[in-house]
Design a protein around this ligand. Sequence first.
Ligand code: SF4
Length: 321
Amino acid sequence: MKQPLIQARDLHKHYPIKAGFLKADQSLHALAGASFDLYPGQTLAIVGESGCGKSTLARILTLIEAPTIGQLTIDDIDAGTNINSATKKRLRQTVQMVFQDPFGSLNPRQTIGAILQEPLLINTDLNAAQRQQQVLQMMARVGLREEHYYRYPHMFSGGQRQRIAIARALVLNPKVVILDEPVSALDVSIQAQVLNLLMELQQELDLAYVFISHDLSVVQHIADQVLVMYLGKPVEHGPSNAVFAEPQHPYTQALLSATPHANTDQKQQRIKLTGELPSPLDPPTGCTFHPRCQHAMPACKTDTPDMKERHNEISTSCLMY
Ligand code: SF4
């Protein structure tokens, strides 16, 4: 039985906000209570609108920030609230990240060879010839040719640049890759190619992916489990096929109904999300989704629902259940 590569329990992240003159300082609860296990070879999709807490969770998983509360273990190493720089250094090769904008994340003045060699130069004792050999092997694996080694990022298409970013993330042989909206900047036809490449590499290298997206149709084919977040809180979590077939939370139901290519079993009418996304600095009382929920009851304004397993291994936080 495989051990989880990531074990997250009740992760919270609070940011203190300095208020102005005569005002009390505030605290922004950017993440409130994320829990999950992620195994080698599996993909966890984290889905929600902007401001839902998915980027905060990504920063915690990539060790850029520590959680304020909660337990986090990555590859059997404690990466929680008291993580120190030595542990971060140890885990830096284990967890790598691919960003949404491949052009912005690649240095335009470096050749592809230099970009891909950099992580090896910083983190390994390989000599120049060994680094070049490893880079060329990784380039071939992601579908880049040998002659691309001496070219610059602006000479590539968006899809090829994302292949370069994937090669850079994988060149250190990580176990976990955080993919932050990795295909949202690409044309739909190219999206499918990059998703297929990611799935092939996952199988070949037994990688665990955390796939962050606002688009459920993109994650449907790649995710094993889905975590839906709203205003920093998880509202639904379960196996991908169960969540897509029978979404339990009204927010997930609304997101799915607005996803034209999602293969849900439910033939449902589009559920329109009314109202603006509230400010995380001043979240609604009770269930934070109540101002936009078509099933809201009087109790939803005062009572905070717990995240509990309700149906088909799906956990959800809603007072209807
Ligand atoms: Fe809607 Fe109430 Fe459930 Fe919140 S608790 S999702 S407001 S029905």
